[in-house]
Design a protein around this ligand. Structure first.
Ligand code: SF4
Length: 362
């Protein structure tokens, strides 16, 4: 089957950040060796699905810690899988961007780097518990720009003690070093002892700060194309678009998720049980969900509405038999949130409350 996305989850980090909800663990040599061995095994097992992959994404954890082993992983992928990659992306932490690492990225054929900047202001970086400084960011960006990678900046807003003036430092930085695309995540649900020492952000400030970023990015031609993502036209993430367009993708590594036609599954999240299953020659899903045609249609709607352009109604009807709004119960009561034309989309002014719009949809 053509045009499948391939995601590789690398679950190790140098240090655990206090706000992180991803599946990750501290890097330890022995566990990492077990991981690489199992990863090779899973790539071989995936070959039996007879898919052709056209995007590759290394996510984590901190995939920039894979270092030279990246070259080995890409060799395994080319050896065992049918590939014709239009994009190879990797998430990178600024403190890992050495000249040697750039060479490794080039050898691996990486085309797109997603740089975890988070914020440019030193105080906010410290509150987030990040390892890098603003000068690490500058050094990394200069090196990556020189090599002409498609460059995405990852930002976090909604950090305690964040205000317009410390955010302005990130905006000035972007203005000086414009990327191809930007992702902005809003920090939610920070609880526990660690956060008590900082002043929490009041009420609507998160929305205000998001709008401040959005206004600035759009003024320099980096346009919003998904709830949290902005891009110059033509530089959108091809791999991530597969999720929002409800196309097939396969995830490799502990906890990685996959969608293949009417099946969805997630790998075992413990590195040990994941590796154990592969050793026995089995693909390691925890549970496989078989999706009915209407469940598929509903999932496709939930993902498609995340895009600013929304869902192409004609294409949707060809795939699922009816226009998308037909699947939404009591649509006439919810219609005020949407615009319907060739596309079904969430109105611009409703995008700020999109999570509650989506939660109340089905
Ligand atoms: S480096 Fe990234 S994945 Fe690792 S703990 Fe920090 S935020 Fe989480």
């Amino acid at each position: 089957m053509k045009n499948t996305g391939l995601y590789i989850h690398y679950p190790f980090c140098r240090k655990i950040c206090p706000y992180c909800h991803f599946i990750k663990t501290l890097k330890r040599e022995q566990t990492e060796n077990l991981y690489f061995e199992a990863l090779k095994g899973e790539i071989k097992l995936i070959a039996s699905l007879m898919l052709r992959f056209d995007t590759l994404y290394f996510g984590g954890g901190t995939p920039s810690l894979i270092n030279a082993k990246l070259i080995k992983i890409i060799e395994w992928i080319f050896k065992y899988l049918d590939t014709e990659f239009k994009e190879i992306s990797i998430e990178v932490n600024p403190e890992d961007v050495s000249s040697e690492f750039i060479m490794i990225l080039k050898k691996t054929g990486v085309t797109r780097v997603s740089l975890g900047i988070q914020q440019f202001n030193e105080k906010l970086l410290k509150i987030l518990g990040r390892e890098h400084t603003s000068s690490d960011i500058l050094e990394a960006v200069e090196k990556l720009k020189k090599e002409k990678f498609v460059l995405n900046y990852d930002f976090i807003i909604g950090i305690p003690e964040e205000n317009k003036s410390n955010l302005e430092e990130s905006i000035k930085f972007i203005e000086k070093y414009p990327p191809d695309s930007v992702s902005i995540y809003i920090l939610e649900g920070v609880k526990g002892k660690y956060w008590k020492k900082f002043k929490e952000l009041e009420g609507d400030k998160k929305a205000e700060h998001f709008l401040m970023f959005e206004k600035f990015l759009e003024s320099i031609g980096i346009l919003r194309y998904e709830i949290s993502n902005f891009s110059i036209k033509g530089k959108e993430s091809l791999h991530n678009l597969k999720y929002w367009n409800y196309e097939n993708f396969i995830g490799i590594g502990p906890s990685a998720a996959s969608l293949l036609n009417n099946k969805r599954w997630e790998n075992k999240s413990s590195i040990y049980s994941w590796a154990e299953a592969i050793k026995k020659g089995k693909l390691p899903p925890d549970k496989i969900f078989k999706l009915s045609p209407s469940e598929r249609a509903k999932e496709a709607i939930m993902m498609g509405l995340r895009k600013v352009e929304g869902i192409d109604r004609k294409k949707f009807k060809i795939k699922f038999g009816e226009f998308p709004e037909t699947f939404i119960p009591d649509f006439d009561e919810k219609e005020s949130f949407f615009k319907i034309g060739n596309y079904l989309k969430v109105k611009r002014e409703s995008l700020l409350i999109i999570n509650s719009v989506l939660e109340g949809l089905f």
